[in-house]
Design a protein around this ligand. Structure first.
Ligand SMILES: *Cc1c(COP(=O)(O)O)cnc(C)c1O
Length: 505
């Protein structure tokens, strides 16, 4: 099993290489070189496995034993999910059992958002690979392989990356965020991590400025090769892989309680198409599920599924579900490759050439249209809905007041729940189970939640939403570095001097 690029422009690489590099050198995304199926008896053989055991079965289909022996893989998995607050890792809860509506709660990790499921594992994988590469080298040896992870955040992803990488040997992490534009809870989540390898930098400017700086640092060849700049962004294959597990884990719960012929549709709040792509790979492995994409007003995917044209908007819409505020969905390229391969492309290389052609066209003109066979396949694989801010708020209120008294949805999950309601209304099959992926704890998005529930009798953010752990965190000691400008040279100087300080510890 190797990994090759969605654009066919470079050689196939190992799992380790794909994970450490992130992006392929031709600008494409790494995908598995083989089409994999779960063992033919998995529906019975896997049904009683724990989350961790399921993860081991699934991951080992994609990670050769020669790269990560099974015992090591099991250790990595055990370590990654030991930080979760509930033994099931990703529990299912009823939204309205009579109506067959459920939530899959993915936010019980250390930063209260679904990205922990993947980033806890990715952090441990990075450390595992680096430790192996540095075997026999002294702690201060000049030839030790190290990675300097640099990322930008508007709030939500930064903390998940920090908690995934904190205290990992030979890894340093720098997270840039716009000064004064991140919510106090999210800022506190990042800056209260005091491990010496974690560095948060506030930048005078916007999130786009931060993202731009990260791009500039990656593009700076000299800096990049000297400090081994890496990323753990949403296109990393290991993140997709780690997210496959919870589709299986939750499916088996429904199969056990409702019968093995149960039909389950997963509705997934979507930004960069990572979470739902994991559902697509689960389906490719053989899991009999249906999938629906739920977007906010940034609805390039919704429009694609309706029309077959993938058309960028000029500006991102700032919504109440900011972790899904995107102009293009970076992981969608992986699905497009598979869709091309199973329709119009006669070989892997031809699928890659087509994807490259579409991506070039997107870059040049802001839009491309796929052949009707590809569009037909795409829209039979995924349902699609979009939800605006107003409906996001009414959905939060409706769930709190009517469905699950006192249960507060985060705004991303609310986008999903509204999509589930729309899909279910149009569905003739009244026995089908609708599961919305619940991607964050509501305390992280107080603005949306408070706007939705303001004036509701008895509602209090402190009592209904805020976890005790956050109350303690708001008082905890912090560290952050203030950049004086949003110039590349300024940020690079901070990175270099912080790395030197780490070296002296
Ligand atoms: C990242 C994120 C999403 C979107 O996930 P993708 O994998 O990018 O589609 C949804 N909700 C929350 C809370 C997130 O942090």
């Amino acid at each position: 099993m190797k990994y090759f690029s969605t654009r066919s422009g470079c050689d196939a690489v190992s799992f380790e290489h794909a994970v450490i590099a992130g992006l392929a050198p031709d600008g494409g995304l790494y995908i598995p070189s083989e089409s994999i199926q779960a063992p033919s008896d998995f529906l019975t053989a896997w049904k009683d496995l724990t989350f961790q055991q399921l993860a081991a079965e699934i991951f080992s289909l994609y990670i050769p034993e020669s790269e990560v022996p099974r015992a090591d893989l099991e250790d990595l998995i055990a370590k990654s999910y030991s930080t979760f607050k509930v033994p099931e890792v990703t529990p299912v809860r009823a939204l309205n059992a009579d109506k067959n509506q459920y939530l899959l709660e993915l936010f019980h990790g250390p930063t209260y958002a679904f990205k922990d499921v993947a980033l806890q594992f990715v952090g441990n994988l990075f450390e595992y690979f680096l430790t192996r590469r540095n075997v026999g080298k002294a702690a201060d040896a000049l030839d030790r392989e190290k990675i300097t992870v640099i990322g930008a955040t508007s709030g939500d992803t930064g903390s998940a990356a920090i908690y995934g990488l904190r205290n990992k040997k030979d890894v340093s992490v720098f997270i840039l965020y716009p000064e004064g534009r991140v919510s106090p809870i999210q800022e506190q989540q990042m800056t209260t991590v005091l491990d010496p390898n974690v560095h948060t930098i506030t930048v005078p400017g916007t999130f786009d400025d931060c993202q731009d700086l990260v791009k500039q640092m990656f593009a700076d060849k000299e800096f990049n090769s000297k400090y081994h700049v890496g990323a753990v962004n949403s296109i990393n294959w290991a993140r997709i892989l780690a997210q496959i597990t919870y589709y299986f884990a939750s499916y088996f719960q429904f199969a056990k309680t409702k019968g093995s012929d149960v039909k389950v549709k997963y509705v997934v709040p979507t930004g960069n198409f990572g979470d739902i792509l994991a559902g697509f790979y689960a389906e490719k492995l053989g899991l009999p599920i249906e999938l629906t994409v739920a977007t906010n007003a940034n609805d390039i995917l919704y429009r694609f599924f309706k029309s077959g044209a993938y058309t960028k908007e000029n500006e991102v819409h700032a919504t109440l579900s900011p972790a899904m505020d995107i102009i293009v969905s970076s992981n969608f390229e992986r699905f497009l490759w598979h869709a091309a391969r199973s329709t119009v492309a006669k070989s892997d290389t031809e699928a890659g050439s087509l994807v490259k052609q579409w991506m070039d066209e997107l870059k040049a003109t802001g839009s491309f249209r796929v052949p009707s066979e590809v569009h037909k396949l795409a829209s039979s694989t995924f349902g699609a809905q979009h939800t605006n801010d107003k409906t996001t708020k009414t959905t939060i209120a409706k769930v709190y007041n009517e469905y699950c008294p006192n249960y507060v949805l985060d705004p991303h999950t609310a986008v999903g729940v509204n999509a589930a309601w729309l899909e279910q209304e149009a569905d003739a099959d009244k026995h089908k189970v609708y599961v919305t992926l619940s991607t964050a704890h509501p305390a992280k998005f107080s603005e949306a939640v408070n706007e939705a529930l303001v004036g509701v009798k008895g509602y209090s953010f402190e009592n209904d939403v805020l976890p005790d752990e956050f109350k303690v965190m708001m008082q905890a000691k912090t560290k952050k570095i203030k950049a004086n400008s949003s110039e590349k040279a300024e940020i690079q100087q901070i990175v270099v001097s912080e790395l030197a300080k780490e070296q002296q510890l």
